[in-house]
Design a protein. Structure first.
Length: 152
């Protein structure tokens, strides 16, 4: 008996087809100008990510896991991973502005100063870690309340 190919619902297939069409349109528009420069940038970004950034992520994650495991707090790992990953993603996307590596064309094109991005990124990072710490404290308090016997 031949096996059925799992296709999903018609809505899923339609959404997938639309996303492929949008990606194809974006690719054609992106590569219409300097296709070699764009292709070179994509390959260089992939190599930088795979050969430099992934090992750095892994070493940092292992250090966090080892440090929290040694302190007997292994369950805290996700409360460090999530804000660190979000902060790192923001830094990766906005690093030219965060480190003020833009030239005068940025100010002329946008009318904005790039001087505020470092402070804003640090503030967002502090808020992410603070929210994570509050969530951890709330969950730990809830777990303590569930463990303690009710006194009447």
């Amino acid at each position: 008996m031949p096996r059925r190919v799992p296709l999903g619902s018609p809505l899923q297939i339609l959404l997938l087809a639309c996303s492929f069409a949008l990606a194809a349109y974006a690719g054609v528009r992106l590569l219409a100008g300097d296709w070699f420069g764009v292709a070179l940038w994509i390959v260089a970004a992939a190599l930088l990510h795979d050969l430099v950034l992934v090992p750095l992520y892994a070493v940092a994650d292992r250090a966090v896991v080892h440090g929290l495991d040694a302190a007997g707090r292994r369950e805290w790992v996700m409360y460090v991973r999530v804000p660190a990953a979000l902060s790192g993603l923001l830094l990766l996307v906005w690093f030219p502005l965060v480190f003020n590596l833009v030239d005068g064309r940025y100010r002329l094109a946008t009318g904005l100063s790039p001087d505020v991005y470092l402070g804003r990124w640090l503030l967002i990072t502090a808020v992410l870690f603070g929210a994570s710490a509050l969530l951890l404290a709330a969950r730990a308090r809830g777990a303590r309340k569930r463990r303690s016997p009710a006194v009447h």
